[in-house]
Design a protein around this ligand. Structure first.
Ligand code: FE
Ligand code: FE
Ligand code: ZN
Length: 275
């Protein structure tokens, strides 16, 4: 059975997200660890987390994906900005230990003019400072659209981050369909070739999750504007191939499309026909 869900608001806690997930036909979900613009995190409600873990253990929600605030920039040229990213990611990872065995995704960041080399170096240094051997969370690098000075628009860049960290076994990649298509990987006409390239450069065993979004913009546009499934430049037929592809179909899929719950429910039902 396809493992699929959507992004949900975490403001009412884990039990509430679980309820919403079940209501829309999802068996996983993604949530922001805190306000997506990166403010202070609310204290975790331990009873809420405990009750949620009971359900998770029964297999109803096999895995969840936490998403770091998207405004963090771990490879900014400003030290203050990098420091804020480090403190936030570090705090999130500690909090994730209350939900052992799940996934934590972040955007590698933008090098803000320092060059890709320097950006990659800053990201790996930061990861080496905050990750520890006993950590139970898998940290994912998200594939990016390559907008502006974004790092992670090429598989090679993600590979080099993984090569630079001391605990690569605790890391993986989250493939965002809108981002890779915008970045110039043609998953519409050449899905097999793109996945072969991913395997050659990063290794498919490193792929741990998929963000499933259509794109408002054409192939290679480096824009990063998500669209509803089937209403953008990627199109429904390509998504049918993506969710049923033998290299992908076992992974958890997360919708980040411009939708309310009802729209997510429709997309999940639609995609389940192909998966
Ligand atoms: Fe993201
Ligand atoms: Fe994404
Ligand atoms: Zn995006």
């Amino acid at each position: 059975m396809l493992i699929i869900g959507s992004h949900l608001s975490s403001s009412k806690g884990f039990l509430h997200m679980r309820k919403e997930a079940v209501r829309i036909g999802a068996n996983t979900f993604q949530f922001f660890t805190r306000n997506p613009r990166g403010s202070k995190a609310k204290k975790l409600d331990e009873n809420d987390v405990k009750a949620f873990l009971e359900f998770a253990r029964k297999g109803q929600i096999p895995v969840v994906l936490a998403h770091a605030p998207y405004t963090l920039n771990p490879c900014s040229k400003e030290e203050k900005t990098r420091e804020f990213a480090r403190l936030t990611l570090e705090d999130d990872l500690r909090r994730m230990e209350y939900l052992p065995g799940n996934l934590y995704n972040f955007h590698p960041g933008s090098h803000t003019g320092q060059g890709v080399e320097k950006g990659i170096l800053l990201i790996t240094e930061l990861l080496n400072e905050i990750m520890w051997p006993g950590q139970q969370t898998t940290v994912l690098l998200e594939t990016m659209a390559g907008k502006g000075t974004e790092v992670g628009g090429r598989f090679e860049e993600l590979r080099r981050i993984l090569d630079g960290v001391r605990l690569p076994e605790k890391m993986g990649v989250c493939l965002d369909t809108c981002h890779v298509y915008d970045a110039g990987y043609d998953i519409v006409h050449h899905l097999d070739e793109v996945l072969e390239e991913f395997d050659r450069i990063i290794g498919l065993e490193k792929l741990k999750a998929v963000h499933i979004n259509d794109s408002k913009n054409p192939f290679g546009s480096h824009k990063d504007r998500h669209e509803k499934i089937g209403e953008g430049s990627i199109g429904l037929e390509a998504f049918a191939r993506i969710v049923s592809h033998p290299a992908l179909c076992h992974l958890p899929f997360y919708l980040e499309t411009p939708n309310e719950l009802e729209g997510y429910a429709k997309e999940i039902a639609l995609l389940r026909k192909f998966g």
